[in-house]
Each structure stands twice: as C-alpha cells, then as structure tokens.
Ligand binder design. Structure first.
Ligand code: FO1
Length: 313
C-alpha cells in the first residue's frame, strides 16, 4: 500500500492532516509532529502539537481554537486561579488527563513515541502519529526582549515581542523517531507533504532533527508544501508578523525560498498572486483555505492528484 508522510505543527497543519487521514486507507498516512512547542508547565510535560493532531484526527478538537478539546470543562483552571496559580496556559479538565498520563509515563521511562502511539490507539485514530524525536527539542524565540521559551512568546506574550530568530535547543542531540527510517525504506510513498504550518516555528524544528531533512531529500517521493500565506496574509497565527519582523516579504515566494531545494512543488491558493519562481518549485493552485471537513479532504485530494502527476514526469 502506498503511503504518505505529512509534516505538521499547529492548528493549520492538523487541518490538512485531517483531510489526508480521511481520504487515505487506514495506516497509509504518517503524521510527523513538531515537538519544539513542548514544555514543562505546572510540573507537567505538555506536547501541544502532538495533542492538536491527535484531537483533530480523533474528531474531538475544540473547533473554535483548534487546540485542546471540544466540550471541555474548566474546573481545574478555576480552582488553580483561586489558589493564585499560573493560569496563562489554559488546561481543560479532559485535556489535563492527557498531560498527567504523559508526564507519568515519561517519568516511568516510556518514550514519547510509545506514549503517542498509546494515545493514538486509544483514540481510534487510523493514521500513524509520530513525534519528530523522542529526545526533547525546545524552540527558543529570539525577540527584541531577549530569548523567550516558545510558549512564553506564543501564549503568555501573545506573539507581541518582535522576532529576530529561533533556536532549537536539544536538536543536535535529537534523533528521528524509532521506525520512521525503516517505514520510509519499506513504503512506496505517494508524497511527502509539508502542511500549511508556520515554516519557522512548526516545520523548521522538525527539519532541525539530524537526519530528517536528509531522509526527505533522499526519498524519491515528490515533496509538496502548502503555503500558509494567501495574498500577503497568514491564514492563522503569527506567520505574517514574523516574516515582516525578519525582513521578509509576506508572500508565498518567501515560503518557497525558505524551503528551497527541499520541495518539488508549492501549493498556493487560487487567489494568491505569486510570481513564477525561476529554478524554484512547481507552483500548483488549489483552494488552500480550509474551513469545512470537505475543504480539508478536497485540498488533500488535490495535492495527492498533483503528486501522482509529478511522479509520472
Ligand atoms: N494556545 C493559546 O493561545 N492559549 C492557550 O491557553 C493554549 C493552551 C493550550 C493547551 C493545550 C494545547 O495542546 C495547546 C494549547 N495552546 C494554547 C496552543 C499551543 O500554544 C500551541 O503551541 C499552538 O497551537 C502553536 O502550535
């Protein structure tokens, strides 16, 4: 059975991962999740981008925020606030169970990939979900106010400080998740898809894990990225603000240049006025704004159809 590898971080990436999960046969899709957003908070080990993919594929994600769970209750947060505890990072009661169980199992010596597989299986998810590494990698954001740990920048400071650059602490000691290399060797892939996540804080940490970029470059499957920018605006989150603060044009061309030789094609929205890129990726057009489940499945289908055409070239 042909497979698909998808690199995902954040809410935007999880949306396309959902579309791919729904149109592909069970087990065909492997989602490689960013863990640079992970952090220790209130004594808990929290992996937001893994949980966003798990909840999204399980159909239990909060539809308003994209992160955390739907139909959540907040008794824990309210009680913590009464105690004067730290409530800037919102942890719902059901979500809390995942953080407590993950923390317990990590302390017991289980690998993050083993814990993630347990959660995936428990949630009845059809696709494989892997952390980018079992070793900790922590994104630090270099800002006008100095280095900030990712969640301090993203949530506590609401992405307000101007961004100068990023550091992925622990990346040089990290290794790809167990089994990924073998799966890539054993599985004919239809495509490797870089989801419409923030290139800097969601995709770059994944590519910073030694060996991962090389695995993608060396694979014969077409590598297709979806631009998270449409008409000079980011679909979600701080991507546009970051690009501006980094002195980059807020365009899909910037995204193509950022990924460089890694990608064979860049999917941009029909409305995007991207210029053809000399010596750059093939530019493909699709409806990249995903609201409904149908939007997500249609975009996933369009990309796989493009991938099949690219392969036959
Ligand atoms: N993002 C926020 O902006 N505010 C929050 O309070 C918050 C809580 C939270 C809890 C669990 C979880 O899995 C994700 C959560 N996120 C929250 C999103 C998180 O910051 C992610 O890192 C972003 O989605 C970017 O990937």
């Amino acid at each position: 059975m042909a497979g698909v590898l998808a690199l995902s971080g954040g809410v935007g990436g999880a949306k396309l991962a959902l579309g791919l999960d729904r149109i592909l046969p069970a087990g065909a899709l492997t989602v490689l999740c960013n863990t640079g957003d992970d952090f220790e908070h209130l004594g808990l080990s929290i992996s937001p981008d893994i949980d966003t993919v798990l909840y999204t594929l399980a159909g239990i994600a909060n539809p308003q925020t994209g992160w955390g769970r739907a139909n959540e209750t907040w008794t824990f947060m309210a009680a913590l606030a009464d105690l004067g505890g730290d409530t800037w990072f919102r942890l719902g009661d059901a979500d809390l169970a995942v953080h407590i169980e993950r923390t317990r199992r990590l302390a017991a010596g289980d690998a993050l990939s083993v814990i993630t597989e347990h959660l995936r299986s428990h949630l009845g998810i059809r696709s494989t979900v892997l952390p980018m590494s079992d070793q900790p990698v922590r994104t630090q954001v270099e800002t006008s106010e100095g280095m900030l740990p990712f969640q301090q920048y993203f949530v506590k400071r609401q992405c307000e400080p101007a961004v100068r650059g990023f550091r992925f602490d622990g990346a040089s000691e990290a290794t790809p998740p167990p089994g990924l290399s073998q799966w890539l060797a054993d599985t004919p892939l239809e495509a490797i898809i870089v989801c419409p996540s923030n290139p800097f804080i969601s995709i770059d940490p994944i590519l910073a894990v030694p060996g991962l970029r090389r695995m993608i470059l060396d694979h014969s499957a077409p590598v297709i990225a979806v631009s998270p920018v449409i008409q000079g605006r980011a679909v979600k989150g701080p991507t546009a603000k970051m690009m501006s603060e980094l002195g980059l044009a807020v365009t899909s061309t910037t995204v193509a240049a950022h990924y460089g030789e890694l990608i064979d094609a860049l999917v941009v929205d029909h409305s995007d006025d991207i210029e053809p890129i000399r010596n750059g990726p093939t530019v493909l057009r699709a409806a990249t704004l995903m609201h409904s489940q149908k939007d997500k499945c249609d975009l996933a289908q369009t990309i796989l159809t493009y991938a099949r055409n690219l392969r036959t070239r």
